[in-house]
Design a protein around this ligand. Structure first.
Ligand code: FAD
Length: 382
C-alpha cells in the first residue's frame, strides 16, 4: 500500500492527538496519526493527569497556565460533550525544608508576575484546605486554586474526535517502522502496511521517541524511566486539591468519582522500557502517604500500574524542527509533565509547522539548546 500525506504524526497519546487536531483545524491538508496500540495506551493513559501552573521555570509556568485555560474551556474548544473530569481543586505543594521554602517563595513571586494566582500558606492555612494533613515538620505550602486534574483518556479521545472531524486520519495498531529521508529532508514513513510519503513527520512517541529519531540519525538526549502509580476504592469526597510533596517525592489526588490516585518519583526506578509493577512501590507509597494523610490508611488499593517518563536533561520538553533534517519535528522529553502542557505545546507546534510565529517562542525549547549548552532549569519536579 502506498499513500501520500501532508503530515504524519507518530504517537497517539495526548500530544500526538492534540497536534493532529491543531494541524487539521488549520486546514493543513491530509494529516495522519500512527499509533501502534490504542489511543492513550502509552504514558498518557497511565498518568496522574495532574495540571498545575505552579512551576519554578518561566517557560513551564507559561505553557502550563495557558493550557489550564484551555482545559477549562475544552468542551467549547473541541466541540465535544465528553466529560474530561477537570476538577479545579487546586494543587497544595508542601515544603518540608528551609531550602524548599525559599524556592517556593521565589516560585510564587515568578508565578504571580505571570498572572498565576498562587499564594504562600502557613502550615495552619494548609490544614484549612486539607484538614487531615499531618503538618509535623511542614515549613510552609503554596496553593493555586486553578490547578487540578483531568481524565487523560477523555482528553485524548476528545482531541482525537475533533481531529477526525477536521479531516485527520487516525490509525491505531499501526506502527511506524522506519522514517525515510532524501537530501536532508523527510520523504516518508514506513509501516507494516506500506509507505506513506510525506514532507513532515512529527515524533510524539513518548518514551520511544529517541528510537524513532535515531532512524533519521538524530540523537536525542532523553531516556525513559518507569513511574508507578495506584488507585484506591471510591469514597465520599474529602480531598479537594492535589497534594504534592517534593520532599517525599509524591503526589495524591481524589478524582471526581471518589478514588484516590497517587504516585511516587523514586530516584532508583528502572530506566528503559519496563512497565511492570513492584511490591516495593506499594510499600513505599503506603508508608509515605499514610504518614502525610493518615486517614488514607483505611482505603483499599484497587490497582497499581506503571508508565514511562521521557526525561530530558533540563526537565523541559524538546519541541520544534530538528536541526539538519527538514520537516522532522519533535515533541518529546516531557519529563513527567507532558499531559498538563499538551494543549499549548500542540498549538505552538502546529503554528511552527504552518510557518506562523508561535505565540510562545520555541527556540529555547529546541534540540539545539543542548549543543549550545543553554539548558533551562526546573526546580519543581517529582
Ligand atoms: C505514572 C505517571 C504519572 C504521570 N503524571 C502526570 C501528571 O500528573 N501530569 C502530567 O502532566 N503528566 C504526567 N505524566 C507524564 C505524562 O503522562 C506524559 O508526559 C504525557 O502523557 C506524554 O504524552 P505523549 O503523547 O507525548 O506520550 P505517550 O502518551 O507515551 O504517547 C506516545 C504514543 O506513541 C506510541 N508509539 C511509540 N512508538 C511508536 C511507533 N513506532 N509507531 C506508532 N506509535 C508509537 C505509543 O504506543 C504511545 O501511545 C505522568 C506519567 C506517568 C508514567
Amino acid at each position: 500500500l502506498r499513500e501520500a500525506a501532508d503530515a504524519v504524526v507518530i504517537g497517539g497519546g495526548v500530544v500526538g492527538c492534540s497536534i493532529a487536531y491543531n494541524l487539521a483545524k488549520k486546514g493543513y491538508g491530509k494529516v495522519v496519526v500512527l499509533e501502534r496500540g490504542f489511543l492513550a495506551s502509552g504514558a498518557t493513559g497511565r498518568c496522574g493527569a495532574g495540571v498545575r501552573a505552579q512551576w519554578g521555570a518561566k517557560t513551564n509556568c507559561r505553557l502550563a497556565y495557558s493550557s489550564i485555560k484551555m482545559f477549562s474551556q475544552m468542551n467549547e474548544m473541541l466541540e465535544t460533550k465528553r466529560d474530561i473530569e477537570f476538577k479545579q481543586g487546586g494543587y497544595l505543594l508542601l515544603a518540608f525544608t528551609e531550602n524548599q521554602w525559599r524556592q517556593f517563595q521565589a516560585n510564587v513571586t515568578l508565578q504571580n508576575s505571570l498572572g498565576i494566582p498562587s499564594r504562600l500558606l502557613t502550615p495552619k492555612e494548609a490544614r484549612e484546605i486539607v484538614p487531615f494533613l499531618n503538618t509535623e515538620g511542614l515549613v510552609g505550602a503554596t496553593y493555586c486554586h486553578e490547578d487540578g486534574h483531568c481524565n487523560p483518556f477523555q482528553v485524548t479521545l476528545a482531541y482525537a474526535d475533533a481531529a477526525r472531524r477536521h479531516g485527520a486520519k487516525i490509525r491505531t495498531y499501526v506502527e511506524a517502522t522506519g522514517i525515510l529521508t532524501e537530501g536532508g529532508r523527510i520523504r516518508g514513513v514506513l509501516t507494516e502496511e506500506g509507505e506513506i510519503s510525506t514532507p513532515i513527520t512529527v515524533v510524539a512517541a513518548g518514551g520511544h521517541s529517541a528510537d524513532l529519531a535515531r532512524m533519521v540519525g538524530v540523537e536525542l538526549p532523553i531516556y525513559s524511566e518507569r513511574h508507578q502509580i495506584l488507585v484506591t476504592e471510591q469514597v465520599e469526597p474529602v480531598l479537594g486539591p492535589m497534594v504534592m510533596s517534593f520532599h517525599h517525592g509524591l503526589y495524591c489526588q481524589q478524582t471526581p468519582d471518589g478514588s484516590f490516585i497517587m504516585g511516587i518519583g523514586d530516584p532508583n526506578e528502572l530506566k528503559g522500557y519496563v512497565t511492570t509493577s513492584s511490591w516495593h512501590f506499594l510499600e513505599e507509597m503506603a508508608g509515605k502517604i499514610t504518614g502525610l494523610l493518615p486517614p488514607v490508611a483505611s482505603l483499599r488499593v484497587v490497582r497499581q500500574w506503571a508508565g514511562l517518563y521521557d526525561i530530558s536533561p533540563d526537565a523541559h520538553p524538546i519541541l520544534g524542527q530538528a536541526p539538519y533534517v527538514e520537516g522532522f519535528y519533535l515533541a518529546c522529553g516531557f519529563s513527567g509533565h507532558g499531559f498538563m502542557i499538551a494543549p499549548m505545546v500542540s498549538r505552538l507546534l502546529a503554528q511552527a509547522i504552518c510557518d506562523e510565529e508561535p505565540e510562545i517562542p520555541l527556540e529555547s525549547l529546541g534540540l539545539a539548546r543542548f549543543g549550545r549548552g543553554e539548558l533551562l532549569h526546573e526546580p519543581s519536579v517529582v
